[in-house]
Design a protein around this ligand. Structure first.
Ligand code: MG
Length: 382
């Protein structure tokens, strides 16, 4: 395999309209734009990925890329062209065969688009650039007068633009004093032949406030649909000295009756999760007639439901439980319950809510005959 380098340009100082930080660090549907741009290349783990940042952006970069295994960022120059040049010089010792040069301001680039650029280089292209036709007729100021420019024959260039590494480095060295807006223009000056690959409308350049809104809509559409479902369960008190509730063992003056450990909280939540994928209920998956589940820890049921959601490509967004009983008091155990549920579901505890209420002494819960639980689960499915 030829060695591939990816240069991500994030050195700009331009602010998002109304924002206080350079726009590549601003959140795009909850994640910094730069992080999304970097993650778009996750399918090429063997490539050398170098991010170019601006002066004073170290802390923003660290926060935006926390948890990603990246080489340290490098500092760019005063212009984009200078920053690319510096980045290429820094990669020279690694001697990659190809380099993709990409703007962090295009965080929605698809795997398919990148694959097309790499395929063109693999097939022998000196330069490969994703291009799109122009849909609008253009107006141009010409010698102080506005004239109409026919759109026929006009193309828009996107990134990543791919090059043979040695060739584009040479182009930058030889033409550093020419003012160009992208690397394709430099490649042209250096006499490289340019192969056209398909661009994509969704690979938009996110520049102003309206672009942020459009990009967020595109991201939401990619995330698929959100589903919410509920679950409900009740278990009766019986003789005993402890109960299981939300995965936690609590000392109590009664036990709870049930085939398994009778954890009404986890049962309600299991049903809610199964509901999001219309996969029946807990009794269908774990029949009370089955001796295997006698005295079983209910974490098995919840783990199974979460696995079924994941097998459908789903992500658990949020779980919310309400425990209904007079006793025991849930409040002192709330955080332990949240942590245990988060552990079983393998999600962050901030996505798990546990609440409790009494029924003011009324009904079966009020008469302390048992414990009820209701749950809501929200998942995102492709
Ligand atoms: Mg039950």
């Amino acid at each position: 395999m030829p060695r591939l380098a990816i240069l991500i340009m994030a050195a700009g100082q331009g602010m998002r309209a109304g924002g206080a930080i350079p726009k590549q660090y601003a959140p795009l549907l909850g994640r910094p734009m730069l992080r999304r741009a970097v993650e778009a290349f996750a399918a090429w783990p063997d490539a050398i990925l170098q991010v170019m940042i601006g002066a004073g952006q170290e802390e923003l970069y660290r926060e935006a890329t926390a948890g990603l295994a990246l080489r340290p960022p490098a500092h760019g120059g005063l212009t984009r062209q200078e920053s690319v040049h510096v980045g290429l010089e820094g990669l020279e010792s690694a001697a990659p065969d190809f380099v993709l040069i990409h703007d962090a301001a295009r965080p929605l680039v698809s795997r398919k688009l990148v694959e097309s650029v790499i395929a063109a280089l693999d097939a022998g292209a000196e330069a490969a650039v994703p291009l799109l036709p122009v849909a609008d007729t253009l107006r141009k100021l010409d010698n102080g007068e506005w004239i109409t420019v026919p759109r026929a024959g006009l193309l828009r260039a996107q990134t990543p633009q791919g090059f043979r590494f040695a060739e584009i480095l040479r182009a930058h060295r030889e033409h550093f004093d020419e003012d160009v807006t992208d690397d394709m223009a430099l490649a042209e000056l250096a006499g490289l032949s340019i192969v056209v690959t398909p661009g994509e409308e969704s690979n938009m350049k996110v520049t102003n406030a309206e672009d942020f809104a459009t990009a967020e809509m595109l991201l939401m559409a990619r995330q698929g649909e959100t589903r919410t479902a509920s679950g409900f369960d009740v278990h009766r008190f019986t003789a005993g000295d402890h109960i299981w509730l939300c995965g936690i063992k609590l000392a109590h003056d009664h036990g709870l009756e049930g085939h398994s450990d009778a954890d009404a909280g986890l049962h309600a939540l299991t049903d809610a999760l199964l509901g999001t994928i219309a996969a029946g209920d807990i009794g269908h998956h774990f029949p009370p007639t089955d001796e295997r589940w006698r005295g079983a820890t209910s974490s098995i049921f919840l783990d199974h439901a979460a696995r079924l959601v994941r097998e459908k490509g789903g992500t658990i967004v949020h779980c919310d439980l309400t425990i209904i009983c007079e006793r025991p008091k849930v409040g002192p155990h709330r955080e332990a319950m949240r942590a245990r549920i988060a552990e079983i579901l393998n999600i962050d505890a901030s996505r798990v809510s546990v609440k409790a209420t009494t029924t003011e002494g009324m009904g079966f819960a009020g008469r302390r005959e048992g414990i009820a639980a209701q749950a809501m689960a929200t998942v995102r499915l492709p």
